[in-house]
Ligand binder design. Structure first.
Ligand SMILES: [Zn+2]
Length: 366
């Protein structure tokens, strides 16, 4: 086979030990704590003829098996065999204390330490690229990122604004982004309308802080910082684009309202042919296709066309969002192979090998 070395830029290995004990809601705890219950409900749903629900609950059960895991390495043990042997995975931790009240068995520094130990373990070292994460309002938050970079050898930072902070939070702007830029390390941020939300946050605020536009102050202040807005705007905005399109008379405002279009325009730049209004291009903005492209049949033709734009083709990263994808019909392996065939070997190698290496700071842009 080819000398392809895939880098999957977006996977998770956090476990029940990193989730607050009272998440998602005290009443729902039986579902979280007893995976067998979901399975029993799946059986029941099928028995009474609700087939779609039965299948969905089955997949939810598959995801719960991962969430109920207590060791991150166990999750990697199930992920690694789905890919060619040389594949590397960018592992993104989560700081989930704002999600719910209750105790977290392994607070963030311990989650980081466990990931660092895996990255040092000869059985995993060749596969794992560890990232740090942060909850900027936590005491000593920036110091913990610095410890991850300087002492644990972590390779980048994961953000999740809808857990309760804007991307231009002062701790990030004053301490964290300067450090990442200085060390030539990338940042990745959850950017879709879905996902978990901090319990103090209104839906409107969570959405505003997750949006591509929320990153403009960061991109303006740190033009050399490589920022990936994950999920390429998310499934909902892809679906809206596919089904309803974008008003061609709406100018930049209408295009920015769809996050998929917004991210493309912010990467390539855009000029309204009629009014001359422009969207500025950001030279170090990236996106990944994780989770969103698991809706394969509907979305992949659009991705193929978008990638004909040379600038965009150099800024899209392959990622999957394992193990969130466990709730989808297609396996990780099935999507990866379909994508490889649909895009062709050359374009697949670009988004899965070359672009991740550039984004990680391992090589210069070709
Ligand atoms: Zn994710």
């Amino acid at each position: 086979m080819s000398g392809l070395r895939i880098t999957n830029c977006h996977v998770h290995t956090f476990t029940s030990r990193h989730v607050p004990s009272l998440f998602p809601h005290p009443l729902a705890i039986p579902f979280v704590r007893i995976p067998g219950l979901v399975r029993a409900l799946a059986f029941l749903a099928r028995a009474i003829g609700q087939h779609p629900w039965g299948d969905w609950l089955d997949r939810l059960y598959q995801m719960q098996i991962e969430t109920n895991e207590t060791r991150q390495a166990k999750i990697l043990d199930r992920l690694i065999p789905q890919y060619p042997a040389a594949t590397r995975f960018v592992v993104l931790p989560m700081a989930l204390q704002s999600l719910a009240p209750g105790r977290i068995a392994d607070p963030l520094p311990r989650q980081h330490d466990e990931l660092a130990a895996i990255a040092r373990d000869p059985a995993y070292a060749a596969h794992v690229i560890p990232f740090a994460t942060i909850y900027p309002d936590a005491p000593g938050a920036a110091d913990e990122v610095r410890r991850c970079i300087d002492e644990l050898g972590f390779r980048g930072l994961k953000l999740y604004p809808r857990l309760g902070y804007p991307p231009d939070h002062p701790v990030l702007m004053e301490e964290v982004y300067p450090l990442m830029a200085e060390r030539n390390l990338p940042v990745i941020s959850h950017c879709s309308r879905g996902g978990v939300t901090g319990r103090q946050l209104t839906a409107a605020k969570a959405e505003r802080w997750s949006s591509p536009q929320a990153f403009v102050p960061v991109l303006e202040a740190f033009p050399d910082l490589r920022v990936c807005l994950a999920h390429f705007g998310g499934e909902g905005d892809w679906r809206a684009y596919v089904e309803a399109g974008v008003n061609p008379r709406g100018g930049v405002q209408a295009r920015q309202a769809n996050w998929q279009v917004a991210i493309r325009d912010m990467i390539t730049g855009w000029t309204d042919p009629e009014t001359g209004e422009t969207q500025k291009a950001y030279g170090n903005l990236w996106t990944d296709i994780s989770y969103t492209l698991f809706h394969f049949e509907d979305f992949v033709p659009f991705l193929q066309v978008f990638l004909r734009n040379e600038t965009l083709a150099g800024r899209v990263l392959f990622g999957s969002d394992y193990y969130m994808t466990r709730q989808e019909v297609l396996s990780e392996r099935a999507v990866c192979f379909r994508l490889r065939v649909a895009l062709g070997e050359e374009m697949f190698a670009r988004i899965a090998q070359t672009n991740p290496e550039v984004w990680l700071g391992e090589r210069a842009a070709p």
